[in-house]
Write a protein that binds this ligand. Sequence first.
Ligand SMILES: [Zn+2]
Length: 426
Amino acid sequence: MTRGSVDRSPGFYDPAMETMAPEDRYHFLRRRLKETLQHAAKHAPNLTARLESAGLTLDQVAEPDDLFRLPPLRKRELPSLQKQVPPFGRLVAVPASALQRIFISPGPIYDPEGAGPDYWRMARAMFAAGFRRGDIVLNTFAYHLTPAGSMCDEGLAALGCVVAPMGGGNTETQVQVLRDVQATGYVGTPSFLHTILQRAEEAGITPLRDPSLEVAFVSGGMLPESLRSVMRQEYGVSVTQAYASADLGLMAYECHRRSGLHVAEDLILQIADPETGQPVADGMAGEVVVTTFNTVYPLIRFGTGDLSMLDPAPCGCGRSTPRLTRILGRADDVTKIRGMFVHPSQLDAVMAEVPGVTRHQLVVRRIGFEDDLTLRIETAGAPGDAVTRLESSLREAIKLRARVEVIPQGTLPQDAKKILDERTWE
Ligand SMILES: [Zn+2]
């Protein structure tokens, strides 16, 4: 959709990388893995220690799949590693004096930023979101302590966009600037975009008739499809999301098809069993574990603690990397049932599709040697075909069969867990 003068037709920021044939990509990843491991083993002593304690030599980690032999380094280990050897726990491969910035994330975790343009590799994701040279963009991510503001700022600069470095909060000011500079782009969380658009409407800026905002790049919060379509239909804003972190920069991003998030081309992203670190099958939920080729901060087998699943099917956009279906939540919140990891957000998504269901709870029991599942639902009015619909969509979403039981409204306590695990192990 083009309302202004900017040509937003889809295409590629880096065609060779984005459309690389699968066998070429395999060789590319293999070569970069080897280079990164050699570099990290030489300059970031933490890796040498990890390899040693896993009984591995560098040569034994030659293929991306060999990485599964190395236990993941969990994000939650960073604060103590950094405390032992400040500031970066021997994980950074350059002297601190060679960095461009040092950020401080909750934990606290020190996040290094190396020198050079677009260090966090965000530009390709913003291009895929429709941002183009000449866009005037409100960047509402924070610019201090944590890297999100800088991360996006540098990506926008690489694309030739003009940035208003707003930071968060101050909704009135955001609306005023949006109007005064006729901003065409927004960067920030999905919910804050909604707040700004609502406030703009109250201030008499009529969306669709009096528009300037066309594209939004969001991250750092859940983007329900219902919110995305409200932005599109009521405000004329096309919203695209990406998955990034202060440790790794860009990890995955949506293309214009918006059917999952393409894994960034220049890293290895694997889905692993959050307990054992071992691979899970395509389409199954597990922890996102990433190996970057970053020469400043070469994180190898880094367990993000986020839960997602991979779809290897080709995408109509022409990009050849697999897609994360979406980020399901934190790996710490999962329940393992019959070998599958189930997150409460997967249940929420299924319930949202079936009208009339007001509350729900999945009860897991142990009957004999089998896990037994009952989905208890409260409905507004008669349940209709909700039971049959839920049984089949639940089976599709979590690959497990559950009995659906309709219970009277008000049965579930206010603080009821979405997944109630009543299994005992003796
Ligand atoms: Zn695509």
